[in-house]
Ligand binder design. Structure first.
Ligand code: ADP
Ligand code: MG
Length: 152
């Protein structure tokens, strides 16, 4: 499914829809260059889950947990991860398989431990369509494509 947004508000709103519809246990991966709007989308997802705390990037903690919404929300940014073992140290399995919602930035770095049925969200700019244009591709597991095939 491809969505196109023309400003940050529209991206936030798309995130809100994702958050409202998210089922317990769902894991989303989020890919895209710096400044493309990953944090904006994530803030929308949190809002859609009913989380009112401010959401920012968890880069230095790997995972930030928000429990004030409809479901627990685990926001990962694994950019600085050295080895997959670090995920074990932070107890990622309790997040992945605990019935909450996970959203993982830079998920390709931990592809070895990602479950098969993640939903992949890819954000891209296209400057020919304007500075604030974003193409957001959401790939459900049913499409049969893996992260390795598509995001490398
Ligand atoms: P990332 O987390 O991917 O590094 P951010 O979400 O922090 O990116 O920043 C995205 C920036 O781009 C924000 O300043 C936001 O206002 C701006 N922006 C402009 N157009 C859009 C859009 N269509 N969707 C999301 N953000 C947009
Ligand atoms: Mg960010």
């Amino acid at each position: 499914m491809i969505y196109e947004t023309r400003n940050a508000r529209e991206t936030f709103t798309l995130g809100e829809c994702i958050g409202r519809e998210a089922k317990p246990g769902r894991i989303y991966t989020l890919t895209g260059d710096l400044g493309v709007g990953k944090t904006v989308l994530t803030q929308g997802v949190a809002a859609g889950l009913g989380i009112t705390e401010p959401v920012c990037s968890p880069t230095f903690t790997i995972v930030q947990i928000y429990e004030g919404g409809r479901l627990p929300f685990y926001h990962f940014d694994v950019y600085r991860i050295g080895e997959v073992e670090e995920m074990e140290e932070i107890g990622y399995e309790d997040c992945f398989y605990g019935g909450g919602i996970c959203l993982i930035e830079w998920a390709e770095l931990i592809s070895d431990i990602l479950p098969k049925d993640c939903i992949h969200i890819r954000m891209e700019k296209d400057l020919t369509k304007g500075f604030d244009y974003r193409k957001i591709t959401i790939e459900a597991p049913e499409s049969g494509q893996s992260l390795q095939d598509d995001d490398r």
